[in-house]
Every structure is written in structure tokens, then in C-alpha cells.
Design a protein around this ligand. Structure first.
Ligand SMILES: NC(=O)c1ccc[n+]([C@@H]2O[C@H](COP(=O)([O-])OP(=O)(O)OC[C@H]3O[C@@H](n4cnc5c(N)ncnc54)[C@H](OP(=O)(O)O)[C@@H]3O)[C@@H](O)[C@H]2O)c1
Length: 306
């Protein structure tokens, strides 16, 4: 149905838990709407810039002209826009229409922004859930893709079955910022890993190795690296870091080799220098024979705000 002929989706009127509105049709919002439709949910869509509907309308989505129309037609309102600043600007214009609905914000935020949004929601009697999507748009709908949720459990419980078409739902707890907290920590791991892979590709490429030859070896290596995380987890509690696998001194020597190879190839050395600084810090005060898990001491040390 076109925006001009907008009528509230019959399955989406208040009281029917199947009606969903998706606000924001960027890469992620489009993937969410696509999967909700595939699962047979009555789906209302809205985007600031018209013309982003693609084939969603032909496949049964209802395109709303205004945010208010979209919100009023749905029991669950999924917000997928750039960030919480944008979502606040959108939602605060239709506060009165949000009553009785569950708002799920899957836009990225910091935990602090999520807590501020939760305070706003409480003040205006709005039921707000927070989500973090641990997937790229192409992976939405795959059973193994994690969707992290936090906020009021009763709200999560009532829309949980509906959300199951998007991926594997993990409810983290009632504190609003929990989904964002996990999200920011997990994204840090992604950025660090991809940055390290890029450096590895650069280092091997300038030495005549094609990325297609390097990457399969790198991917196999990562499964061994992942085992370390499980091994070091118990050390986070015990605060003992035995160097029985490899000592910090050995790791520092390995990063020295990496730095030498980096300089010999005239490449950017910021990442290896950072790694060397962290490992050296962990090894100081006579801890060179401890294991790499001692980096936890560096990471958990509280630093004064700049
Ligand atoms: N893409 C991913 O892989 C991925 C994965 C996990 C989480 N996320 C999160 O999902 C959210 C959306 O990401 P995306 O990749 O879909 O981004 P995107 O493709 O850049 O889409 C951004 C969306 O925000 C809307 N928007 C921006 N400013 C607006 C404003 N002032 N008023 C109203 N709408 C506005 C855009 O509308 P217009 O079309 O009108 O510009 C568009 O619908 C982000 O918070 C992102 O961090 C993305």
C-alpha cells in the first residue's frame, strides 16, 4: 500500500501483538522489516527520506507518511536509525502516541545514552526496550546471530516470540544500558581484530603474499586464539596469571619481531607499538614470567579522567 493510501494495518491495531512498525529504512532497518515480513508479521514502515521502501510495500508492508501513523498502527515499534540522538528527535515528537506500545530501540548508543533515554521514557510513561544487533544486515534472520536486549523484562517477554524471527535473542537484564555495554565491548573486539588482520595483510602483501593466501591461514589461527579467551576467563576472577602457556617476556619478544618486520616494510607501526606498550606495562615490576592474561590488570586499572 502506498503512503497516500495509508490505512492502519489491520493486524497492527492496538491489542494485536503481531503489528510491528519499523522506523528507519537504512541498511539495518530494511533487513529488519524484510525479515519481519518474511515471518508473516504485519509490518508498517517509515523513513525520513521517501523512496527507501524497495520491494517491501509490494511484499505487503504498509508505508506510513508520518511517524505518528506508523506508531499508532503497531504494538511494537522498532527504531533503527543512526543513533539515539536521532531516535530521541523522532520519538519525542510523538510522545503521546507511544502510550500502550513497546518501543524497541536497536540504534547504536553508549550505555550512558541508553540510561538517559530510559529516564526520558519513564518520565513520559513510555515502555522502552534497548537492543543491540550483533550482525550485519545480511545476517539478520539467521538463527545464530545474536540480538541483545535489556530493559523491562515483562516488555521483553511480551515481544520475545515476535523477535525470534530476527535471530537468537539474548535478554541481558533490566538495566537499560546493558545491551549497549555488551555491544560497545564486542565491537571493540571486532575493530581490534579487523585492524590487526589489515596490518597482517599489509605486512604479507608487501612481501609478495596474496591476501587470498594469507587469510585462510589467519582464519585458522583465530580459532586457536579464541581458546585463549576461555582459558584467561578464570584468571579474571583469581587474578593469577600463570605463564604456563607463554610468558609476557616471550610475547614482548614476538612483538619486537613484528615491529622490526613492520619497519623493514615501511608500514604504519601504530598497532604493533600499542601492543608492545600494553604488554610491557603488564610485564613491569617483575611480572615478565606471567602469562598474557596479566593484560587484564592493565585493562581493569582505573585511570583518572583526563
Ligand atoms: N549496518 C550494520 O551492519 C549494523 C549492525 C548493527 C547495528 N547497526 C546499527 O543500526 C542503526 C542503523 O544502521 P544502518 O546501517 O541502517 O545505517 P544507515 O544505512 O546509515 O541508515 C540510517 C538511518 O537513519 C535515518 N536517519 C538518519 N538521520 C536521521 C534524522 N535526523 N531523522 C530521521 N531519520 C534519520 C536514515 O534516514 P534517511 O534515509 O532519511 O537518511 C536511515 O533510515 C545504527 O545505529 C547502527 O549502528 C548497524
Amino acid at each position: 500500500m502506498s503512503a497516500k493510501g495509508f490505512k492502519p494495518a489491520t493486524a497492527g491495531v492496538k491489542g494485536d501483538p503481531q503489528g510491528v512498525a519499523v522506523l528507519g529504512l537504512g541498511n539495518m532497518g530494511t533487513a529488519l522489516a524484510d525479515n519481519l515480513l518474511r515471518a508473516g508479521h504485519a509490518t508498517v514502515i517509515w523513513n525520513r527520506t521517501p523512496g527507501k521502501e524497495g520491494d517491501l510495500v509490494n511484499r505487503g508492508a504498509v508505508s506510513a507518511e508520518t511517524v505518528e501513523q506508523a506508531v499508532r498502527s503497531a504494538h511494537l515499534v522498532v527504531v533503527s536509525v543512526t543513533d539515539y540522538k536521532v531516535s530521541h528527535a523522532i520519538l519525542s515528537r510523538v510522545t503521546d502516541s507511544l502510550a500502550g506500545r513497546i518501543i524497541l530501540n536497536v540504534s547504536s548508543s553508549s550505555p550512558q545514552q541508553a540510561s538517559e533515554a530510559a529516564a526520558w521514557a519513564r518520565e513520559h510513561n513510555v515502555t522502552l526496550l534497548h537492543g543491540a544487533i550483533m550482525s550485519f544486515p545480511q545476517g539478520v534472520g539467521q538463527r545464530d546471530r545474536m540480538f541483545l536486549y535489556s530493559g523491562q523484562y515483562s516488555a521483553y517477554e511480551s515481544v520475545g516470540p515476535l523477535l525470534s524471527c530476527l535471530g537468537d535473542s539474548l535478554y541481558l537484564g533490566s538495566a537499560p544500558g546493558l545491551a549497549s555495554l555488551y555491544d560497545t565491548a564486542l565491537l571493540e573486539m571486532m575493530y581490534a581484530t579487523v585492524a590487526a588482520w589489515c596490518h597482517g595483510v599489509a605486512l604479507t602483501s608487501v612481501n609478495g603474499i596474496r591476501p587470498t593466501d594469507f587469510t585462510p591461514v589467519a582464519v585458522r589461527w583465530m580459532s586457536a586464539v579464541l581458546e585463549l579467551l576461555t582459558a584467561y576467563t578464570s584468571q579474571a576472577d583469581s587474578r593469577e596469571y600463570p605463564g604456563s602457556d607463554a610468558s609476557l617476556d616471550i610475547h614482548i619478544s614476538a612483538v619486537d619481531h613484528l615491529l622490526e618486520a613492520t619497519h623493514a616494510s615501511d608500514l604504519d607501526d601504530r598497532l604493533p607499538r600499542l601492543l608492545l606498550a600494553l604488554l610491557t606495562d603488564a610485564a613491569k615490576d617483575g611480572h615478565g614470567s606471567d602469562g598474557m592474561g596479566r593484560l587484564l590488570e592493565v585493562a581493569t586499572r582505573r585511570v583518572a579522567a583526563a
